[in-house]
Design a protein around this ligand. Structure first.
Ligand code: COA
Length: 168
């Protein structure tokens, strides 16, 4: 059974391996500033300190490990507010990734379902979720979680075009 939980000190090897696997797809698994040790990263997530590498004002948020039988199969990154132009137009409240070897088993769909519950517990009522226009798997994940298509995002220095959805 899949569950989301905070990262722990003993997750480092699995998380770094997942990050390397996702880097081949140019998608970061771990959103971690290079100057943060694993222990500091774990504490940052518990303190809801978001990523320190990105410019702009970053809201409170956290990254959670997605585990099945305590095996790391994916992660979600949660933003509890949309405080900068990138998040407002492209990033949204939640991002997710599944380790390549664990795909196609419904994990991402379940991760987004649980992420919505966590976001709501932090006061986010309307949840913005976006995906690249070419990302059919992510589009399905969002639609299966009740995402209502709003519009294509702008194409600008921050990215795009993305498909923008709201989960009410
Ligand atoms: C997108 C991603 C999270 C999907 O993870 P997953 O665990 O394989 O997703 P699920 O098993 O829950 O499948 C979701 C749906 O996508 C479909 N799907 C999976 N791979 C697909 C593909 N390559 N093309 C089209 N549909 C696909 C599945 O069939 C399923 O739909 P269905 O229930 O109607 O059959 C995963 O591919 C990933 O981590 N990609 C890299 C990071 C990324 O793109 N993150 C999302 C950013 S918005």
């Amino acid at each position: 059974m899949l569950r989301l939980r905070p990262y722990r000190l003993d997750d480092e090897a699995a998380a770094v391996a997942a990050d390397e696997a996702l880097r081949a797809e140019d998608f970061p698994f771990l959103l971690r500033a290079p100057d943060r040790t694993w222990a500091e990263f774990v504490q940052d997530q518990r303190d809801h300190v978001y990523v320190r590498t990105l410019p702009g004002e970053w809201p409170p948020g956290t990254q959670l490990a997605a585990v099945d039988d305590d095996v790391l199969v994916g992660r979600v990154s949660l933003r509890f507010a949309l405080t900068n132009p990138f998040l407002l137009e492209h990033g949204g409240h939640v991002g997710y990734a599944v380790v390549p070897t664990w795909r196609g088993r419904g994990y991402a769909t379940e991760m987004l379902r649980q992420a919505v519950i966590v976001l709501r517990a932090h006061g986010v009522e309307r949840i913005l979720v976006t995906c690249d226009v070419a990302n059919d798997a992510s589009r399905r994940v969002i639609e299966k979680n009740g995402g209502r298509f709003e519009r294509l995002s702008a194409v600008d220095a921050d990215g795009g075009p993305d498909r923008r959805y709201w989960i009410e």
